[in-house]
Write a protein that binds this ligand. Structure first.
Ligand code: IYR
Length: 230
């Protein structure tokens, strides 16, 4: 059949979508094998200092930026840090906030809920991991005239991109941790970010230290997390 390679909608060019052409059997196998792969993902808190190339980090960030976003505004900035002085500054500032959190900001029940993860105020991975990625959300943008322009569904968009980054890191055979020192304004200061960006997550990326032990967590059964309406 002779179809057009593009059409116009509201005057905007729409190109023909390329649907993958896998058989239902292949789709079943792919869904199973990808689940098996992702079910091996773990948050890792102990890193090796083994280097990771900048090209790999760029590929991971490009993958994250394929995430859907409100009105396709892509309201994110990924700051990739391998500079040891900057990593030290980030570690120092994060540990100051974490000390305050663990010693007075977090409730007893919160600390009890965290006990099985074995976390504490010390964050050596912020210096040891070869890369840190600070993910910033762009609450708004400035247009050419300096006027503030809103972004939409910013938390959802940046959350989706962060999830895709974590998936890409695992797929590549590397490990990460969704680290959330709070409050995180220190990251904006250290990295000199503009005022329309807010820190969202801080991910150390690299290889796990050998050996590394992770908590013996179980994931919820499909019957506990899904309801089917057929
Ligand atoms: N941000 C702290 C505390 C912490 C909070 C939660 I909720 C966790 O799942 C894990 C840790 C820290 O990184 O130690």
């Amino acid at each position: 059949m002779n179809t057009k390679d593009h059409i116009l909608i509201n005057g905007f060019k729409h190109i023909k979508f390329e649907q993958f052409e896998f058989s239902p059997q292949d789709i079943l196998l792919k869904s199973e094998s990808f689940y098996q792969k992702m079910n091996m993902r773990r948050s890792v808190r102990e890193f090796s200092s083994k280097p990771v190339s900048k090209t790999i980090i760029r590929n991971l960030i490009k993958t994250a930026s394929t995430a859907p976003s409100g009105a396709h505004k892509q309201p994110w900035t990924f700051c990739a840090i391998s500079n040891p002085e900057i990593k030290s500054k980030i570690r120092k500032a994060a540990e100051i906030e974490e000390k305050e959190s663990y010693e007075s900001r977090m409730s007893d029940s919160w600390l009890k809920d965290l006990a099985h993860l074995g976390t504490d105020i010390n964050k050596p991975f912020l210096e040891i991991a070869p890369w840190l990625i600070g993910i910033f959300k762009k609450a708004f943008e400035y247009n050419e005239k300096g006027k503030k322009i809103n972004n939409y569904y910013v938390n959802e968009s940046v959350g989706l991109a962060s999830g895709m980054l974590i998936t890409a890191i695992h797929n590549a055979g590397l490990v990460t941790l969704t680290h959330t020192p709070s409050p995180m304004q220190f990251l904006s200061k250290i990295l000199n970010r503009p005022d329309n960006e807010r820190p969202f997550l801080l991910l150390p990326i690299g290889y796990a230290k050998d050996p590394t032990y992770v908590p013996d967590l179980k994931r919820k059964n499909i019957n506990k997390i899904a309801e089917f309406y057929e």
